[in-house]
Design a protein. Structure first.
Lengths: 214, 193
């Protein structure tokens, strides 16, 4: 599995423009809000956490259609399934690679974006604490959706339609935690959702990959 | 070729659906160490479907596949480790170099040593096929499942491929290959679909 993750990271490095595109989308989408709503600090600081969350979700979706798509088209998926690694292991490795190449960079640049959107500085660490499990959940659920829609017509449209509704609970608790006076409960909920998705999403994605390969 | 030894791999009455179409029914054969089965048949006869079923990628609609007497497909991961797979697609990543796909020794075996550091996107179609064959060689698996392995290969490369197959069989390996091209291999079973 480590070899597969390293290979994915190497491929991602060679296609650095794809990763950069997600990050640029994240920054540009976040930057649009002050233009639309005005630069008033009261409005911006109230919506900053939500804006960062929504933009991060949308940005992380961008590379998902190629997560398995390229492997499916060039025959690599068969090799992955025959690598001796269980299909859920393949899915988990892909999830890990997606988070490392998309979720983690988004996490890093979300702090300056949040500050730019006038989120109080003392709330930024809390935002990052919610985004860490949030982006992992998105990678897990996104991988599941990418596997389910593999080979389907209009997969690029179907994938967000599957992923985004599944992410609504994460979005609610993640954004709420940043502004809540007692964020512990929301953080526990995020941790619980992550604990549930960690084994279930790769299992489902693995089954979908096997079905796609048939 | 009649085999005078117990087959290690034994397929009995295999039937395979592709989508909703029954592409194969009641296919049986046995393969012992050092054996080669060549699948022949018109386009759409089910050669690729049979190979995918033998690999465990496509479920069997009926029949049994046994490895040393046990159900070969009972544990997919164990079965996968016995197999080196070459599909009709090369599974080559354009952004990676040839050496990032397979070890250099395997590249040398298919005559690609000089291209080890070249990005795969710069390889010709035949060279990509050779790279895919090198992956099979490097896998070290006992059973090679090859779907049209010589597609796009020149005469020298086909001869080199046949030599690799003979070397694999001499080490007790087994090969099941679909091909439309006659291959210069000793004592092969031909399975017409």
């Amino acid at each position: 599995m480590r070899r597969l993750i390293l290979r994915e990271l190497r491929l991602s490095l060679r296609h650095a423009a794809d990763t950069a595109a997600s990050l640029l989308f994240f920054v540009i989408a976040g930057t649009l809000f002050p233009f639309a709503l005005g630069p008033g600090p009261t409005t911006l600081s109230a919506i900053a956490a939500g804006v960062v969350w929504v933009c991060a979700l949308l940005a992380a979706l961008l590379p998902l259609d190629r997560l398995f798509g390229a492997d499916f088209e060039d025959g690599t998926l068969d090799l992955l399934l025959l690598s001796g690694l269980p299909a859920y292991g393949v899915a988990f490795a892909k999830t890990a690679a997606h988070w490392l190449t998309t979720g983690l960079p988004l996490l890093v640049i979300s702090a300056p974006l949040a500050v730019m959107l006038r989120l109080p500085a003392e709330r930024v660490p809390l935002l990052l604490m919610t985004l860490a499990p949030g982006t992992m959940l998105l990678s897990l659920l996104g991988t599941l959706a990418a596997a389910i829609t593999l080979g389907a017509r209009r997969a690029a449209v179907l994938m967000p339609l599957i992923t985004l509704p599944l992410m609504i609970p994460t979005l609610i608790f993640g954004a709420a935690a940043v502004s809540a006076p007692h964020p512990a409960a929301s953080l526990y909920m995020l941790a619980a959702m992550l604990a549930a998705a960690l084994p279930l999403a790769p299992l489902g994605a693995g089954a979908a990959l096997r079905a796609a390969a048939e | 070729m009649p085999q005078d030894f117990a087959p290690l791999l034994e397929a009995t009455n295999l039937s395979v659906f592709r989508g909703e179409r029954l592409v194969l029914s009641n296919v049986s054969f046995g393969l012992g160490e050092g054996g080669i089965v060549v699948l022949r048949g018109a386009n759409g006869a089910g050669k690729s479907s049979l190979l995918r079923a033998l690999a465990g990628l496509t479920p069997l609609a009926a029949g049994t596949l046994r490895w040393a007497g046990d159900d070969a497909l009972e544990d997919f991961c164990t079965h996968a480790k016995r197999i080196a797979w070459l599909g009709h697609l090369d599974a080559v990543k354009p952004a990676l170099s040839a050496a990032e796909h397979v070890p250099k020794a395997a590249l040398a075996a298919v005559g690609l040593a000089a291209y080890a550091d070249l990005p795969a996107r710069l390889l010709s179609a035949g060279q990509k096929r050779r790279l895919a064959i090198a992956r099979v060689v490097a896998a070290g698996a006992r059973l090679w499942l090859l779907d049209e392995p010589t597609t796009g290969l020149d005469a020298d490369s086909v001869a080199r491929f046949c030599a690799l197959c003979e070397a694999h069989r001499d080490q007790g390996g087994m090969i099941i290959a679909s091909t439309h091209m006659p291959l210069a291999l000793r004592e092969t079973q031909v399975l017409s679909l």
